[in-house]
Design a protein around this ligand. Structure first.
Ligand code: HPA
Ligand code: ZN
Length: 357
């Protein structure tokens, strides 16, 4: 192995161990490949029976040109045949997070996605996903909270509202936010105004809206001004809008950035010049996230390697970014304070172990 490869390997080993706060990861996009394969065989799903072909089937094709809708098509909702399947795949997904250095995660999932094929009870599915995730998190010593995803291309606002009203009655303390995902090109923010007015009026949850991923920065403005977004998923088009950069700083709205995902969806053409570095240096609130590791064929650690190698982030920058991510998490100020001191303790262990001063 040459020297360059050696240092690339050791950087990835180091960053795997680095304690991470992640605010944007979809459960539907983070199933362990082998477990999903097992589930697919068990349930006789119409998917390749050879493991290598199966991987190709579920991942964004390596030889495909970046494309948003091709990426979204990778989310299949027919894997599950029983409530036990949903519990099992969730448990194993969360069990793996510790191997990606996760300290704290806000995991998002769409109750509709997991229920649609079998018309499962959305409330029961939501409750059991939280139970399975919490069990795995407890066993591995990570902290987990949840966002409920609503898909803009698959549910109208009139369908979202009764579902939201049903789910909020579950009164699950670990559910802290609402996410709007899916096809932003054809389903702009204004279509969901009544739903997010209701979420805002209830005051039970904060919202993270996918916006400006493959749409102009206007959709980011609208997500904040019309949908009351506290955070923005991706928000790539911010780089072209200096006024918006100031607005995000002023309003303390952070961008949940995802380097690999942004390349594959076609939202940014060149990972080596991803705008996160420039935005960070300008003081615009950003965080590093994976989005959908299974589909992308890379985990959060892989995105951290890119942030260091391509965008020049140092370990101290990463610590600062992660502390800020705790600030942007959907928790009470008191809980954030306790998370920060536990996070800094993890960083101290990390630095000691790797002899970093
Ligand atoms: N964009 C929109 N919806 C999504 C994404 C994304 O990158 N990933 C999963 N759902
Ligand atoms: Zn996303």
């Amino acid at each position: 192995m040459n020297q360059k490869n050696d240092s690339a390997v050791s950087l990835s080993v180091l960053l795997r161990d680095f304690p991470k706060v992640e605010l944007h990861r979809h459960l539907e996009g983070t199933f362990p490949v082998k477990k999903l394969y097992e589930l697919s065989l068990k349930n006789g799903i119409d998917a390749p029976k050879e493991f290598d072909d199966f991987i190709e089937f579920i991942q964004f094709p390596r030889d495909s040109k970046p494309d948003f809708l091709t990426f979204l098509e990778k989310f299949k909702n027919n894997w599950y045949r029983s409530y036990e399947d949903v519990y099992w795949i969730t448990y194993h997904s969360v069990k793996d997070f510790i191997n990606d250095g996760i300290f704290y995660i806000e995991l998002r999932f769409s109750p509709e996605h997991f229920s649609l094929e079998n018309d499962f009870d959305r409330g029961k599915v939501t409750r059991l996903i939280v139970e399975a995730g919490n069990k795995a998190a407890e066993e591995t010593g990570i902290v987990i909270k949840y966002l409920l995803t609503f898909n803009r291309g698959k549910q109208s606002e009139d369908e979202m509202i009764p579902l939201y009203n049903k789910l909020k009655k579950l009164d699950l303390a670990d559910v802290v936010g609402i996410d709007l995902a899916g096809d932003e090109t054809n389903f702009p923010p204004a279509l969901f105004k009544n739903f997010f007015d209701l979420v805002e009026a209830d005051g039970l949850y904060k919202s993270s809206i996918h916006a400006g991923e493959v749409s102009p920065s206007r959709q980011i403005w609208e997500s904040i001004d019309i949908l009351h977004a506290a955070r923005i998923g991706h928000g790539i088009s911010t780089i072209k809008d200096a006024k918006l950069q100031e607005y995000l700083k002023e309003r303390h709205v952070c961008l949940e950035q995802c380097i690999t995902s942004n390349y594959q969806t076609g939202s940014w053409p060149d990972e080596k010049n991803h705008p996160m570095g420039e935005l960070y240096r300008k003081g615009v609130p950003v965080t590093i996230n994976s989005d959908d590791p299974t589909i992308q064929g890379i985990d959060l650690t892989g995105d951290y390697v890119k942030a260091v190698e391509y965008l020049g982030f140092s370990i101290d920058d990463l610590v600062e970014l992660n502390l800020e991510a705790i600030d942007y998490s959907f928790n009470t100020e008191e809980y954030k304070k306790s998370l920060k001191s536990r996070y800094l303790e993890k960083v101290r262990h990390f630095k000691e172990k790797h002899k970093l001063s």
